[in-house]
Design a protein around this ligand. Sequence first.
Ligand code: NAD
Length: 252
Amino acid sequence: MRGLEGKAIILTGGASGIGRDAAIRLAEEGAKVGIFDLNEAGAQEVVDSIGADRAAAYRVDISDREQVAAAMAAFESHFGPTQGLANVAGWDSARLFMDTDPAVWDKVIRINLYGPLVMHHVVVRGMAERGFGRVVNISSDAGRVGSSGESVYAACKGGIIAFTKTLARELARNGVTLNILCPGPTDTPLFSDFTKDMPGGDRLAEGLAKAIPLRRLGRPDDYAGMIAFLLSDDAAFITGQTISISGGLTMA
Ligand SMILES: NC(=O)c1ccc[n+]([C@@H]2O[C@H](COP(=O)([O-])OP(=O)(O)OC[C@H]3O[C@@H](n4cnc5c(N)ncnc54)[C@H](O)[C@@H]3O)[C@@H](O)[C@H]2O)c1
């Protein structure tokens, strides 16, 4: 892929699942990756497997503006101005909407909507001033077509799609592109925790695999190539787009 060699890219949620594989792939493509994650030990393990010359881990709660700003400053003093941003961190807990507790709405909204807004407000500002930036936001097909048991999460993920398109319009003149990737059901720790909470959740993975035209759940490495592509110069003329990767489950 063109244009990733030497690029300084911040990636949230890189300690686990989809973010982990994306961080490794970006480093393989020559990027310098800053992993922002609550799970510092997990993020450090990924950095150890990549090498400290091409990656660094920062313990960050993406919904805490001061932590994000401090980590960005540390990353930039090490690897230079940020040129790419991948917002991958996310969380959910399965429950039908009428059974949900508003305290859990707050947590879901902080991680899946407010946190990415903070990341953009802090990181994208410098990109716009410097006249170059590439952003990829991980939403979910739940935000395009809905998903039972995921109402508040789906609202956040739909919100991220609308937000990304709006920012893509506002920042096109500044040379900043923003796109959205929507994974389908994917075998990660998030998915296992989620199915654990669902009635009949143990059979959900099997049922989904049958319903997916390509006959399996997603794997974290199904997304790394698209994340790298959207951050590369090969995607220079693509902005405000939403791409589903779901083995054909959704053809939105
Ligand atoms: N797994 C799926 O089925 C699926 C489907 C559609 C979309 N997604 C989305 O893909 C993304 C990655 O999910 P995953 O399945 O790899 O999950 P995961 O649980 O394996 O990884 C999520 C990572 O985000 C980090 N994180 C959570 N809250 C954070 C916070 N406040 N600040 C910083 N880091 C935080 C976690 O520590 C973890 O390392 C998420 O945005 C998720 O919503 C996942």
